[in-house]
Design a protein around this ligand. Structure first.
Ligand code: B4P
Length: 308
């Protein structure tokens, strides 16, 4: 395991956040929140119309021949927080809509389309220990592949504080219990029975070893790859999310639906609307209608998990 971000990390992130905003290096976009119920789930939708002003990165296939700028190769000093071991740096998100949103980036270029490695998982776990904002818990997320909602191709795992009372989809899925007929408790994923899109959740034990993290991620990834293959997906795209309590993975079939772009936060219950029209679309379609269209339908093997 890596050394956890030090005790001074919460102070560091707060002071860096304020100074980066003051210096104009960090764009903080105010947003409003609205809760939209969906069965026994509640999706918290952030409405941030001013995000439309954010510069949109060009993709490889765009006509302009100039190489795409990689903001993570030499991160801006105003956004830099600290190093994590030899391999990672922690930096502030330049375009945040929640304060103290930070990223764990690899120092050298590694592709975002690659799954998380043993070291990535270990670094993620250490970052999750940081008490960034008292009274909140950290959510880690990783958007992997071109249909996952990722906009940057350099490997980065993101962290946002979320209110502790907000029950995200994996919290509710786990409240249905783990399949008791399966003896490999801890490695056999469960999912929310009322959610149409394929997703896999495993609890994380207290003080997990790196092997505990790797085994769980491997189990979730194996099911994700099976689902992608069963649906004939040609590219591997999935969302990963994690707290100190659970890991979640959902395979992706589409980047957006009805103009609403969805990343890992959306798949666990935190959707983002960049206009009032998008908010109306989410309300009218229902959050589970939107996520079902950007995810993939569950396959039989997945359904069998609830045979208990
Ligand atoms: P990606 O994995 O590539 O994509 P993303 O989180 O969906 O962000 P995207 O850039 O597509 O933003 P969007 O308008 O949808 O992550 C890239 C990350 O790097 C982003 O966090 C990006 O802001 C950041 N970044 C880009 N250039 C940078 C630079 N020069 N230095 C440092 N960081 C840089 O969404 C806008 C923002 O809201 C994103 O940060 C997104 O993660 C966040 N967000 C989306 N849904 C949210 C929700 N429900 N609650 C809270 N935040 C949410």
């Amino acid at each position: 395991m890596f050394p956890p971000p030090s005790d001074t990390f919460p102070d560091l992130i707060r002071s860096k956040f304020s100074s980066a905003v003051d210096a104009g290096s960090l764009t903080f976009t105010p947003s409003t929140e609205i809760d939209v119920p969906a069965g026994d789930l509640t999706f918290r939708v952030r409405v941030a119309p001013n995000l439309a002003q954010k510069p949109v990165p060009t993709r490889e296939e765009d006509a302009a021949p100039k190489p795409k700028f990689n903001p993570f190769l030499n991160p801006e000093p105003d956004l830099f927080l600290c190093d994590l071991g030899d391999r990672y740096s922690l930096i502030l998100n330049k375009f945040s809509i929640v304060p103290y949103h930070f990223l764990c980036i690899t120092k050298e270029f590694e592709p975002q389309r690659a799954p998380l490695s043993e070291e990535d998982l270990s670094a993620t776990w250490e970052c999750l220990q940081a008490n960034v904002e008292s009274g909140s818990r950290l959510l880690a997320f990783y958007n992997c592949g071109e249909l996952s909602g990722a906009s940057q191709e350099h490997k980065h795992i993101q962290f946002i504080p979320v209110p502790p009372d907000l029950r995200l989809l994996p919290d509710v899925a786990l409240s249905y219990g783990i399949p008791v007929s399966k003896d490999a408790i801890g490695q056999f994923p469960t999912s929310h029975p009322g959610v149409e899109f394929a997703h896999f959740v495993l609890p994380v034990p207290k003080n997990p070893s790196t092997d505990d993290l790797v085994m769980r991620f491997s189990s979730l990834l194996a099911r994700t790859l099976t689902t992608l293959r069963e649906h004939g997906q040609r590219t591997i795209s999935f969302n990963f999310a994690m707290t100190k309590d659970w890991m979640f993975v959902a395979p992706r079939g589409q980047e957006s639906y009805g103009g609403v772009s969805v990343n890992a936060t959306g798949m666990v219950g935190l959707l983002l609307a960049k206009s009032e029209e998008q908010l109306d679309f989410i309300k009218n379609t229902g959050p589970l209608g939107v996520t079902a269209r950007v995810g993939l339908p569950r396959i039989t093997e997945d359904e069998q998990q609830h045979d208990y």
